[in-house]
Write a protein that binds this ligand. Structure first.
Ligand SMILES: [Zn+2]
Ligand SMILES: [Zn+2]
Length: 272
């Protein structure tokens, strides 16, 4: 059984990210037998994507200060416990030149152990229109069918770009939009195949995210995608995406059973 997760959140930025402090998460991880813990709060270099959270990105200096404080909190909490603690971020990827400039500048200032690539937004082709899927759920936002379809198509394409960007150690929850019932129709299989192909070509690590069981009735990504990626030897890591201590290692035995049933051989882990 995998005894670690690199995809977890603390309350460093307020309850949007997590409900517990780094200290609470680390000692809880130690008490359930984790040998390592990676904490990966959200890093968003695009203000349109985060208007509902305190992580707005309209001031570089302010953002840098917030992220540096987060890193410092985790590293000092880590000194009080025995398990190995890694500091990372779950980064919302965008393909625009402006985003790259901001992200690369920020990355050069932050001393982290790893980065997770995520897509949480529907967007148009040049990402000038962005809609965070969680925001969609919080308040009724009227999106016409055509805009939504375009948004879902670009969601998949954005994941592919994030895989090819080379910025990330692994890619998060490939089909997270299904928690809001999106991207489930057979017409999207073509795009899911493109994601599989991109991961295969690059042999890029990705996660089996167990939060899907709670939110969508199955893990991320779909079992058929896991099967195809297993056949292609694409490295996988199990993540609990824990936003509180009680979510640490949630559904890990189901995840291990699923990977065993698929005879999944290529498992990924951080080597530092
Ligand atoms: Zn996420
Ligand atoms: Zn997360």
């Amino acid at each position: 059984m995998q005894k670690f997760s690199y995809h977890t959140h603390t309350n460093s930025f307020g309850v949007f990210d997590g409900h517990n402090s780094a200290e609470e998460m680390i000692s809880a991880a130690e008490s359930i037998g984790y040998t390592e813990l990676g904490i990966s709060n959200h890093l968003i270099c695009k203000k349109e994507c985060s208007s509902f959270s305190p992580q707005f990105f309209d001031n570089f200096q302010k953002a840098e200060t917030v992220y540096l404080k987060n890193i410092e909190e985790i590293r000092s909490a880590a000194q009080k416990n025995k398990i190995k603690v890694y500091v990372g971020f779950e980064v919302d990827y965008f393909k625009s030149a402006e985003w790259r400039r901001c992200f690369e500048k920020l990355r050069s200032r932050l001393d982290v152990d790893y980065l997770i690539g995520s897509t949480h937004c529907l967007m148009n082709s040049d990402a000038s229109w962005i809609l965070n899927i969680y925001e969609m759920n919080r308040k009724p936002i009227i999106v016409d069918e055509e805009t939504k379809r375009e948004g879902i198509k670009n969601y998949w394409l954005n994941i592919i770009e994030s895989i090819k960007s080379g910025y990330f150690d692994f890619i998060a929850h490939l089909d997270v939009i299904k928690i809001f019932g999106m991207g489930l129709e057979p017409e999207w299989d073509e795009y899911k195949w493109k994601v599989i192909e991109a991961l295969t070509e690059t042999k890029h690590p990705y996660e089996l995210n167990t939060s899907g069981w709670t939110k969508a009735g199955e893990q991320h990504p779909h079992t058929w995608m896991l099967r195809e990626l297993s056949n292609r030897n694409v490295p996988i890591v199990i993540s609990d995406d824990a936003h509180s201590t009680s979510m640490l290692a949630r559904n890990f035995s189901e995840a291990e059973k699923l990977l065993a049933d698929l005879n999944y051989k290529s498992r990924w882990k951080l080597h530092k």
